[in-house]
Design a protein around this ligand. Structure first.
Ligand code: SF4
Length: 189
């Protein structure tokens, strides 16, 4: 900090790519739409509360789709609600992102076989960027999914399609097993 303080106390010029500055601003102010569909939404609310404190990432819920750039689909998407989910998605401005939270939203969850009233995956009606597994996923898992959305935004460039950015993100994916093994052997476990 001392170095930065000294650096900024005089007139200065910072040089950075426009993409990097825009992406940094966007990923540091993700505004999810404040809505939930079932029990996963309770876990999402817990993630927003003081223990996990999503605001430290610049993430806090907005009450209007027109001011939101992220939709967290948290809970069971019934056929009745699917129509509303699509309408809310269409009211969000671009660039917009979708995180599917929990088994119900990912694939129908416990209702996948006999739930005649449940959509078997919200990606059947809107495009999903990140799926978070679990029933319900723990706050740490949701935070992990949100960090994936942030990584995706970091990969984007002006003129680059979402598909290309997702491909780039997949190419940069870290294989977790060697890391876990490394940590285990470092801890002597
Ligand atoms: S995935 Fe589990 S916790 Fe989440 S909405 Fe479905 S039943 Fe509820």
């Amino acid at each position: 900090m001392g170095l930065l303080d000294a650096g900024f106390s005089r007139d200065n010029v910072l040089v950075a790519p426009v993409d990097a500055v825009l992406n940094w601003a966007r990923l540091s102010s993700l505004w999810p739409m404040g809505f939930g569909l079932a029990c996963c939404a309770i876990e999402m609310m817990a993630t927003n509360a003081s223990n996990y404190d999503l605001e430290r990432f610049g993430i806090f819920p907005r009450s209007s789709p027109r001011q939101s750039d992220l939709m967290i689909v948290a809970g069971t998407v019934t056929m009745k609600m699917a129509e509303r989910v699509v309408r809310l998605y269409e009211q969000m401005p671009e660039p917009r992102y979708v995180l599917s939270m929990g088994s119900c939203s990912n694939c129908g969850g416990p209702y996948w076989e006999h739930g005649y009233h449940v959509l078997k995956g919200v990606d059947r009606v809107i495009p999903v960027d990140v799926f978070v597994p679990g029933c319900p996923p723990r706050p740490e898992a949701l935070i992990g999914g949100l960090m994936k959305i942030q990584e995706l935004i970091r990969m984007e460039q002006i003129g680059m399609s979402r598909e290309e950015a997702l491909r780039k993100l997949a190419e940069n994916a870290v294989e977790p097993r060697p890391l876990i093994e490394q940590e285990r052997s470092a801890a002597g476990a």
